[in-house]
Design a protein around this ligand. Structure first.
Ligand SMILES: NC(=O)c1ccc[n+]([C@@H]2O[C@H](COP(=O)([O-])OP(=O)(O)OC[C@H]3O[C@@H](n4cnc5c(N)ncnc54)[C@H](OP(=O)(O)O)[C@@H]3O)[C@@H](O)[C@H]2O)c1
Length: 326
């Protein structure tokens, strides 16, 4: 697997997003299936594993990852996040999102940050987190204060690198002035552009970009026609029955291009992302070993400039119905 550099951290170009392995996200999954998926990802080189203390109930996702890395910790880059799994009785602030439920509750007060990290370390069964993100920015706390608390964790050896998820360029610049930020993790895919100012700031500051939902929550694989009851994507306007059908129709030229190239739409979506810049990596999620291997293989694809030009043209004409998530 080709590697890329996020700040000073070397990671595979394509890693593995573990969120899908906790129940209640994208349909059915149990721990046996989840453990098999993680083993496939690690065996195939997807050793940058992304989780969060907020995925699943009571650290379920981190504990899954912890079991998977047992005995092979040194091969794995473990990334997790804090700020959404707030201890009972603690205050929180509302962060707007485009999902139907319309807000997330966030608390990244410095006094809580060490406790968050210690809880994640216990869940993960490790003594250090390689890349530790704030999951969302707390509207009630200056980002500089949170990053200063994270810098203490670096100094004390609990975490190796600081990341920020779901940030703006201004927030990144403010944070980076306190302590070097290794990576930002924002949504970025063929149907969700990354903010141009943020991309420019990452280039200028030498900060890596980790693209979340690089397959558009599965849409860009070309396989999502309907959703099961209980699928989290029912909350996302792009997946409402009427929007999904239209979006699939308008995505057809890109699916057809993948077919002409002899690769899957998922692989084309991932390769396209990696061709946006060399400080970009992707963390697709999947419960299915064959999908995981297919996705990781996309790290080795080289897209011809003519193909990239065709894609730019097709994407310019791909009008997505339904709002974005942030
Ligand atoms: N920082 C944040 O706020 C944030 C937010 C969302 C996500 N993330 C991170 O990003 C990671 C990935 O995002 P995501 O899981 O939302 O979306 P994604 O990777 O864009 O898509 C996942 C979906 O695609 C399907 N899929 C994957 N590969 C496939 C293939 N080759 N063919 C057909 N279907 C395929 C999966 O189904 P199967 O299981 O059936 O393969 C699953 O339903 C998460 O795990 C998480 O680590 C971060």
């Amino acid at each position: 697997m080709k590697t890329r550099t996020l700040g000073s951290l070397s990671v595979p170009a394509i890693g593995f997003g573990a969120m899908v392995l906790s129940p209640g996200v994208y349909g059915e999954v149990d721990d046996t299936r989840a453990e098999a998926a993680l083993k496939t990802a690690l065996d195939a080189g997807g050793v940058h594993v992304d989780t969060s203390d907020a995925y699943g109930v009571d650290g379920h996702n981190e504990r899954l990852v912890g079991r998977a890395i047992k005995g092979r910790r040194d091969e794995v880059i473990v990334a997790t996040k804090c700020g959404l799994a707030i201890p009972e009785g603690e205050p929180s602030r509302s962060h707007p999102v485009g999902y139907a439920f319309n807000e997330l509750r966030v608390n990244t007060e410095p006094r809580l940050v060490r406790g968050y990290a210690e809880r994640s370390l216990r869940n993960l069964g490790t003594d250090v987190i390689d890349l530790y993100y704030t999951h969302y920015t707390d509207p009630g706390v200056p980002i500089e204060d949170t990053v200063a608390a994270l810098a203490d964790l670096v100094r004390d050896g609990l975490i190796r690198h600081i990341g920020l998820s779901n940030v703006t360029a201004a927030q990144l610049r403010a944070a980076h002035a306190v302590h070097p930020v290794t990576a930002v993790q924002n949504e970025w895919s063929m149907w969700r552009p990354l903010d141009a100012d943020l991309l420019a700031a990452t280039r200028e500051l030498g900060v890596g970009v980790v693209a979340w939902s690089p397959l558009g929550n599965g849409f860009l694989t070309g396989t999502v026609q309907t959703l099961d009851a209980g699928d989290f994507r029912h909350n996302a306007p792009r997946f409402s029955a009427e929007n999904l059908a239209g979006n699939n129709d308008r995505y057809a030229p890109i699916r057809a291009l993948a077919e002409r190239l002899g690769i899957s739409p998922a692989q084309l979506a991932l390769a396209w992302l990696l061709h946006q810049d060399d400080h970009v990596v992707a963390i697709p999620g999947s419960r299915t070993p064959s999908h995981i291997e297919e996705n990781l293989a996309a790290a080795d694809l080289t897209l011809h400039p003519d193909t990239l030009a065709l894609l730019d043209e097709a994407l310019a004409g791909f009008e997505v119905s339904g709002g974005t998530l942030l």
